[in-house]
Design a protein around this ligand. Structure first.
Ligand code: ADP
Ligand code: MG
Length: 700
């Protein structure tokens, strides 16, 4: 249970005083998640990313150009636009004893200008000074103040990330209201540690950052920022320590296979394992044979052949008399794995079953029975596998595909189903070595680096969306020659994001050209319809599959050779890479076309450049990490990297090391958080959403 003193922070942001429904909706868009509105805590942890320093009061002659400054001046003349047609500006001249500035306003409300800037008065204006035609001008000052207004001006103004329609002042007001909700919290840092470093409390650190007295407060090395980053790292490290502790307490057992089933599967494969696959498999088998419970991460680019490695590991467990489960994030993926593994398993006498949320009651009962009595050796399933009704006779190995789609809590729920089951986590987003530790703690990791022989390289190009008709014409030719095309659009309709091309709209336009050769899949479709669409595409009856990012996860149609990604600028690098990996799996020459909306920002531009330059997932992961922190990635959460809100490992690596130790010490002395410090620590886990660990503790 969440400690009651935290409740005010977990209320919806829209319930804050002064926040109406319209602002509430904007806050949800900015800070909410799927199915969860923006909360007070989200506002508190939405830290400013920059400041405007308004402390300087330069004379007009000395004021910096192209930077925000506050100028004091006497209002000397008004030049209304007169009768000119079109949009002529209203100009106001102000001057001091060193020069003058023309204030330029494009607006209809002239009365406002006359009232705010009466001739003969002294006024302070804030904005960017530009030279124009030899004169200084300031277009739309962000503030026009009299003496009173000047007094109210914050000396250092925090700048926050926004969303379309949300104005800085409204957000600032919301943050202020959120800060007002901050309860008195007990200290979770060891007192002497905090004093030693002279850090402020959590609440004071938040205050310092939201009301900066100098721009240096936002420096990652400032005490408030260090405090907040440390808190976040400590929360995540303690959660990991808990998970690890649980795994360790629950001792493993040696699993050694006979090799019979694996050999039959190998013999049935139309290819040989690559050296990388062999090596990863050997590492996994060595872990399984050992007395400790396995917790291993298998990293490998999309298409590097992780599934077969997992299947052979499962065969080993089955040879030793255990059952195995393969957990996947989507139904489509589950079915696909089911088809492939049933065929391969048949060669080795392995009974494979499928368990999703959509099975017929009678089928489901049969599957549950087979799992309980041991008749089913290998089950593939979605979240349905966690349910209480799912009981195994003897679950020995759990494989989690696309592990980043699952939370720690979900993985654990499955772990509980096997007595000391080994666990293999697979990820197609290679994670830089330094981060494996951060995300997974002391987890072992294997990597499949090389691609299976004969893989074609994928030609990657980029074009602005204006060239759509050319693209469609070129596609027409390719399709006549037999190509199959994935066409990815970022969102499904009904979203308010006006300029996002909805998948449904694109589907319509493509249907006009390609008739019944086009299918559509998106997350909100009925699963049966979705599966039918994918099946048509896989069989070749359809040639174009228009999709939202649901296809990111694992669809395997080797005949698909063209990937078009619309609004490529909106995707994170890891996601682009995953999507591209859907093609280049078969014989045909493959290509990937990134359609973007111009003008390209610096970071999206760099991402697209990286995509064009390399197909090496490990390099892309490093580059992704470098570009990250610009904070505008969609898909940060999907990338498999930890999503820290405050901590930034470029700056806080040293804090991470300390937090690891701190967390380990705390777990060693107070694993169930019973001491006063432990009680305080529970709050920290909730604040940074590591409360899965708390539930784990409470589950006993
Ligand atoms: P991922 O790592 O993305 O899960 P998969 O396991 O789905 O990759 O493998 C992608 C494709 O490569 C599959 O069609 C699989 O049969 C094939 N494949 C796997 N290993 C090899 C290999 N050693 N040689 C040739 N093809 C392989
Ligand atoms: Mg896979």
């Amino acid at each position: 249970m969440r400690p009651a003193d935290l409740n005010p922070l977990f209320a919806a942001a829209s319930a804050l005083r002064g926040i109406g429904p319209k602002t509430g909706a904007l806050l949800d868009r900015l800070l909410g998640r799927k199915g969860q509105p923006a909360r007070v805590i989200d506002l508190l942890l939405h830290l400013p990313h920059a400041t405007i320093d308004r402390r300087a009061r330069p004379k007009i002659r000395d004021a910096a150009r192209d930077a925000v400054v506050v100028i004091e001046g006497r209002v000397t003349a008004h030049h209304p636009p007169g009768n000119t047609r079109g949009r002529a500006p209203y100009k106001v001249l102000i001057e001091d004893d060193t020069g003058d500035v023309t204030l330029v306003f494009f607006l209809n409300n002239f009365a406002w200008v006359e009232k705010a800037l009466p001739i003969g008065t002294t006024r302070w204006v804030s904005g960017k000074l530009e030279s124009w035609d030899g004169h200084l001008q300031m277009v739309h000052p962000d503030r026009v103040m009299d003496e009173e207004g000047l007094k109210a001006l914050p000396a250092v103004e925090p700048i926050y990330g926004l969303t379309d329609g949300l104005y800085p002042r409204i957000l600032t007001k919301a943050v202020e209201a959120a800060v007002g909700r901050m309860p008195d919290l007990p200290e979770w840092l060891e007192p002497n540690r905090a004093i030693l470093l002279g850090w402020p409390s959590f609440a004071d650190a938040l205050l310092a950052v939201h009301y900066p007295t100098s721009p240096s407060v936002l420096d990652p090395q400032s005490q408030p920022m260090q405090r907040l980053a440390y808190d976040e790292l400590l929360a995540s490290q303690f959660a990991l320590a808990t998970v690890r502790g649980r795994m360790r307490d629950n001792n493993g057992r040696p699993t050694i296979g006979t090799g019979v089933a694996s050999d039959r599967i190998l013999a049935a494969l139309p290819f040989r394992l690559t050296a990388g696959q062999e090596e990863a498999l050997a590492e996994i088998r060595a872990d399984m044979a050992g007395p400790k419970r396995m917790l291993r991460l298998l990293q490998g680019d999309v298409g590097s052949g992780k599934t077969i490695v997992a299947l052979l590991a499962m065969a080993t467990a089955i040879e030793a008399g255990h059952q195995t489960a393969l957990m996947v994030p989507t139904e489509i993926l589950a079915r696909q794995h089911f088809e492939r593994l049933t065929t391969l398993g048949a060669h080795a006498g392995i009974t494979v079953a499928l368990l999703t949320g959509r099975d017929k009651a009678s089928e489901r009962a049969k599957t549950l029975e087979g799992l309980a009595n041991g008749a089913i050796a290998l089950v593939i399933g979605t979240h349905a596998l966690f349910q209480d009704s799912v009981v195994f006779q003897d679950l020995g190995l759990i494989v989690v595909d696309e592990q980043h789609r699952f939370g720690v809590a979900q993985r654990l729920a499955l772990t509980e189903k096997g007595r000391s089951a080994d666990m293999l986590l697979m990820t197609a987003t290679p994670i830089p070595r330094t981060l494996v530790m951060t995300v997974f703690g002391d987890m072992d990791a294997s990597a499949v680096r090389e691609k299976p022989a004969g893989r074609q390289s994928i030609e990657t190009r980029a074009a602005p969306i204006e060239r759509l008709s050319e693209v469609v014409a070129a596609m027409q030719r390719s399709i006549e020659e037999g190509a199959r095309v994935y066409w990815v659009c970022p969102l499904v309709t009904e979203s308010e994001e006006v300029d996002l091309v909805a998948a449904e709209e694109r589907f319509e336009t493509l249907c006009q050209v390609f008739g019944d050769k086009v299918r559509l899949v998106h997350g909100q479709m009925k699963p049966a319809e979705r599966d039918a669409a994918v099946a048509d595409f896989a069989s070749g009856e359809a040639r174009i599959l228009v999709a939202t990012t649901v296809i990111e996860v694992g669809i395997d149609v080797p005949e698909a050779s063209i990937m078009v990604i619309e609004h490529a600028e909106r995707f994170g690098l890891a996601q682009l890479h995953q999507l591209r990996g859907r093609v280049g799996r078969g014989q045909a020459r493959s290509s990937c076309l990134l359609l973007y909306k111009a003008p390209l920002g610096e970071t999206p531009g760099a991402r697209i450049m990286t995509m064009r330059e390399t197909e090496d997932g490990f390099r892309i992961a490093e580059e992704d990490l470098r570009l990250r922190g610009e904070g505008e990635l969609i898909g940060t959460r999907q990338s498999g990297l930890p999503s820290f809100r405050v901590a930034n490992l470029d700056h806080h690596a040293k804090l991470l090391t300390e937090a690891r130790q701190d967390a380990a010490d705390l777990y060693a002395t107070d694993p169930t958080l019973k001491t006063p410090r432990g009680e305080a620590m529970r709050r920290l886990l909730y604040l940074f959403e590591r409360d899965a660990a708390v539930r784990l503790i409470e589950a006993g």
